[in-house]
Design a binder for this molecule. Structure first.
Ligand code: NDP
Ligand code: OXD
Length: 314
């Protein structure tokens, strides 16, 4: 019987196993480390699998990332030469759109100030700039970035997007490639980062980038929102920029070290919203069906969807 191997670390694997068993009719579902006979495994569905595991499966036909990002998977130096597909699903996209809209609004509506006032029982109106006076820049205009950009546009913000390759999106100003980055940053009051972590993007959120953001915006200074990956950001530079006013606020969902260490200054930084890498959590109830559909397509001889291009690392 063709078997599916689930190799999951950092998330609770049992709910995934149960959902796969319920939906993967006619297939055996194995949960790493109980790999069993490696030769019987056709498909591997992974989140932060141990390095070398996939290379030890001689008849593997395809690999599925259980999240949208694949940096956790591609960091394995010994990957077999089979297609790797990632998750693109309305459930994940809706979650991320909600996170981005929420955090853009938290900064626009000055919620840090109202929380501080609440602690003092102070009834004060800080009168915020309306969305149409604020320029949001979405860095990474893929599946998640484009959905978030459209939602922000619906909320009335001036929205621009930055990507590797050029795009035309009605109502959204677009910038592509390194040469256009300065112009994109210079018109952004709120920077939303939804880039993948690749060799080209690692450490991109650093002090000189923050200095390039718009300094004349209606918020009084630029804001960073990062829900891409912790490896995109230089954390000492974010702290420096917050402390010297280069940034006036930040929302960070992802960190270089996760869980965020107890000693991290981000936990109680007055200008920072911290969330535990759950901007768009992968929900097995919604996503296992997506992977099973992909396997069925593949077995019918159809091409897999959302296949990773290893040249670019996403
Ligand atoms: P996509 O692959 O659909 O989009 C990636 C976007 O980034 C594309 O627009 C791509 O450009 C752009 N990009 C890649 N490299 C560069 C570069 N060097 N310079 C400029 N632009 C670049 O990914 P998704 O939208 O599905 O997901 C994005 C990321 O979000 C994931 O990789 C993951 O890290 C993160 N994520 C975080 C979650 C969380 O809970 N915090 C949940 C889910 C995902 P182009 O369009 O030209 O290819
Ligand atoms: C993802 C994530 O990449 O949850 O899907 O970070």
């Amino acid at each position: 019987m063709p078997a599916i191997l689930l190799a999951i670390s950092g998330w609770e694997p049992e709910a995934w196993r149960e959902r796969f068993v319920a939906l993967a009719k006619g297939r055996e579902v194995r949960l790493w480390p109980a790999t069993g006979d490696a030769a019987a495994i056709d498909y591997a569905c992974v989140w932060k699998q141990p390095a070398g595991l996939l290379a030890s499966l001689p008849n593997l036909k395809a690999i599925f990332s259980l999240g949208a990002g694949v940096d956790h998977l591609l960091s394995d130096a010994a990957l077999p030469d089979v297609p790797i597909a990632r998750i693109v699903d309305a459930d994940l996209t809706t979650r991320m759109t909600g996170y981005v809209a929420l955090h853009v609004l938290l900064h626009q509506r000055k919620m840090k100030l109202y929380e501080a006032d609440r602690r003092e029982r102070a009834w004060r109106d800080h009168f915020e700039a309306p969305p149409d006076q604020l320029r949001v820049g979405v860095m990474g205009m893929g599946v998640l970035g484009q959905a978030a950009a459209q939602a922000l546009r619906q909320l009335g913000f001036q929205v621009a997007g930055f990507s590797r390759s050029p795009k035309e999106i009605p109502g959204i100003e677009t910038f592509a490639g390194e040469a256009a980055m300065g112009a994109f940053l210079g018109r952004s009051d709120i920077l939303v980062c939804l880039l993948p972590l690749t060799a080209a993007t690692r450490g991109i959120l650093r002090y000189d980038l923050f200095r390039s953001l718009a300094q004349d915006g209606a918020l009084g200074g630029p804001v960073l929102i990062n829900a891409g990956r912790g490896g995109l950001q230089v954390e000492a530079d974010i702290l420096r920029a917050l402390d010297d006013g280069t940034l006036i606020g930040a929302s960070l969902d992802v960190f270089l070290q996760e869980p965020l260490p107890q000693a991290s200054p981000f936990w109680d930084h007055p200008k920072v919203f911290v969330t535990p890498h759950n901007a768009a959590s992968s929900d097995p109830k919604a996503l296992v069906k997506n992977v099973i559909n992909q396997i069925e397509r593949f077995e019918q001889g159809l091409a897999l969807e959302h296949v990773v291009d290893r040249r670019f690392g996403y």
